[in-house]
Design a protein around this ligand. Structure first.
Ligand code: ADP
Ligand code: MG
Length: 452
C-alpha cells in the first residue's frame, strides 16, 4: 500500500467522525511525508493544524493506520507550510472543496420555514424488513396528519435512517397542496429554545411561535432526559398541539419507557401513540442501499465490490455510505475504478474494526451510559433499585457476552461472594424470557457495545 493510499483511508475514516466543514479545515494540505517502520510522519500546513490534529485525532488516526498496517505504532506531525500544493492528494481536496461547497449549498437549501433538508425524501429512502413498519406508519401519517398515529415515535440506533425518514414525512406533508405548516427541530435546539425562553421570561412567546404548526418533528428526543424544567414546558407544548389534533413525530435512540429521568406524565405522552423501531438492514437491503446511493451520484462500481461491502459493512447505513465514499474518493484521485482487491485494502478499517469486539470496558461504559449514571456507581453496594438493576445487567452481559466466570465477575464488583453474581445472572436471564421491555433494553445496550 502506498503512503497515498494509506492516507486516503485515514481521510475516509475521519470523514465519518467529523463534520464536512471541520474535515476540510483540519485535513486540507495534509499528507504522509515519511513512513519508516513503526512511525508515520504527517505533514500539516501550520501549527494550528498540528495542535488540533495531534490533540484531538491522534488516537483515531493511529487506530485507522494500525488497522491497515499492523506495523504502524506511532505518529508524528511536522509543519510544512508549502505542503502538498502540487501533490495528487490535493485532488482529494478538490473533491472535498466541492463537497464543502455542496454542504454550504445544502445548508443554504435547508428550508428556513420548516428547517427541513429537501435531500431527504421517500424517493431515495430504501425500504426493507428492517424499517418497513416505520415507513408504513410514516406514509399513513402523511395521508392524514394528526389523526392516524399521534404521536409517531420512531426509535433505533444511530445511522439507521430515523432522521431521513422523519424529514421525508415532513417534506411530503409540506409539499402537499394543503399547505400545512411543518417544523423540524433537533431536540438540542428545542432544549436550548426552552431554556432561553425560561431565562428571558418569554415562554409565552415561545409557545405562541409553535402554535400555528400543524406538524412538529422532534429529532433525538432522548436528550431531554434529566432536564426537568424543559420537560415540564415541553409537556405543555406537546399537550396544546396534541389537543388541537396537530401531528407530532419524534425520534430517539430508545423507546420512551427506556429513556431515563423522564417525567412519568411526559413518558406516557411520548409513548401514547404509535411507537416503532428501525433495526439493521439485512444483506439484500444493504446491497439495494448501495446501489441506490451510486445511482444518485451517477457512478458505477463492480458488482463484486458492492457485494463485498454489503456482506462486510453491517453496522448501519451511515457506515455503508462511508465505505462507499471512501471508494469514490479513491476513484476521483486515481481516475480508475476500485477493483475488489483495492476495495479490500481501502475498506480494511471499516471491516476489521476492533470496535466490533466487546470488552469489559465497553460493557461497563455502555450500561452506565444507557442508564445515565456514573460508571463508578455500578460498583456501589446498595439496595437502591436504580443501581441494583443496571449492576445486575452489567454482570449478566459480562457473563453472556464475554463468558467471564462468576468468580471473575465477583472480583470485578469488589470481591462479592460469587453466588450474588449467579443470582443476578439467573434473575436477568429469567426476566429476559418474559419481559420484552428488558429484552429490548438489553438489545439496545448490546447494540452500543458492538458499535463502539
Ligand atoms: P439516524 O437519524 O437514524 O442516525 P440518518 O437518517 O441520519 O440516521 O441516516 C444516516 C445516513 O444513512 C443518511 O445519509 C441517510 O440518508 C442514510 N440512510 C439511512 N437509512 C436509509 C434508507 N433506508 N435508505 C436510504 N438511505 C438511508
Ligand atoms: Mg438522526
Amino acid at each position: 500500500m502506498t503512503n497515498n493510499e494509506l492516507w486516503q483511508s485515514v481521510l475516509a475514516q475521519m470523514q465519518l467522525h467529523i463534520s464536512k466543514a471541520n474535515f476540510a479545515t483540519w485535513f486540507q494540505n495534509t499528507q504522509i511525508s515519511v513512513k519508516d517502520n513503526e512511525r508515520v510522519v504527517i505533514s500539516v500546513p501550520n501549527a494550528f493544524s498540528k495542535e488540533w490534529l495531534s490533540n484531538k485525532y491522534y488516537k483515531l488516526m493511529l487506530k485507522t493506520m494500525h488497522d491497515m498496517d499492523g506495523s504502524i505504532k506511532e505518529l508524528e506531525f511536522v509543519i510544512n507550510p508549502q505542503a502538498s500544493n502540487k501533490l495528487a492528494l490535493n485532488q482529494a481536496f478538490e473533491t472535498e472543496k466541492i463537497d464543502a461547497e455542496q454542504l454550504k449549498f445544502d445548508e443554504f437549501k435547508i428550508n428556513k420555514e420548516t428547517n427541513l433538508n429537501p435531500k431527504y425524501t421517500f424517493e431515495n429512502f430504501v425500504v426493507g424488513s428492517f424499517n418497513e413498519l416505520a415507513y408504513a406508519a410514516g406514509l399513513a401519517v402523511c395521508e392524514n396528519p394528526g389523526h392516524s398515529y399521534n404521536p409517531l415515535f420512531i426509535y433505533g440506533g444511530v445511522g439507521l435512517g430515523k432522521t431521513h425518514l422523519m424529514q421525508s414525512i415532513g417534506n411530503k406533508i409540506a409539499d402537499d397542496i394543503k399547505k400545512r405548516k411543518v417544523k423540524y427541530i433537533p431536540s438540542e435546539k428545542l432544549v436550548s429554545g426552552i431554556v432561553t425562553a425560561i431565562r428571558s421570561n418569554t415562554m409565552e412567546q415561545f409557545k405562541a411561535s409553535l402554535a400555528p404548526i400543524d406538524v412538529l418533528i422532534i429529532d433525538d428526543v432522548q436528550f431531554i432526559s434529566g432536564k426537568t424544567k424543559t420537560q415540564e414546558e415541553f409537556f405543555h407544548v406537546f399537550n396544546s398541539l396534541y389537543e388541537k389534533n396537530k401531528q407530532i413525530i419524534m425520534s430517539s435512540d430508545r423507546p420512551p419507557n427506556a429513556i431515563p429521568e423522564l417525567e412519568e406524565r411526559l413518558r406516557s405522552r411520548l409513548g401514547g401513540g404509535m411507537t416503532i423501531d428501525v433495526s439493521l438492514p439485512d444483506y439484500e437491503t444493504r446491497l439495494v442501499i448501495l446501489k441506490t446511493k451510486l445511482q444518485e451520484k451517477n457512478i458505477q462500481l463492480p458488482e463484486d465490490v458492492l457485494e463485498y461491502i454489503a456482506s462486510n459493512v453491517k453496522k448501519n447505513v451511515r457506515e455503508l455510505e462511508g465505505a462507499l465514499n471512501s471508494l469514490l474518493i479513491y476513484q476521483k484521485i486515481n481516475s480508475n475504478i476500485a477493483n475488489l482487491e483495492t476495495a479490500k485494502k481501502l475498506l480494511k478499517s471499516f471491516i476489521f474494526s476492533p470496535f466490533d469486539v466487546a470488552n469489559y470496558k465497553k460493557i461497563i461504559e455502555s450500561v452506565a451510559k444507557f442508564y445515565n449514571m456514573d460508571e463508578k456507581h455500578l460498583f456501589h453496594e446498595t439496595r437502591r433499585k436504580e443501581i441494583v438493576r443496571p449492576r445486575q445487567i452489567a454482570m449478566f452481559l459480562l457473563r453472556k457476552e464475554l463468558k467471564y466466570s462468576f468468580p471473575a465477575i465477583a472480583r470485578k464488583f469488589g470481591g462479592k461472594d460469587h453466588t450474588t453474581v449467579i443470582y443476578a445472572y439467573k434473575k436477568i436471564q429469567k426476566e429476559v424470557e418474559d419481559n420484552s421491555k428488558l429484552t429490548e433494553e438489553i438489545n439496545l445496550i448490546k447494540q452500543r457495545v458492538y458499535s463502539g
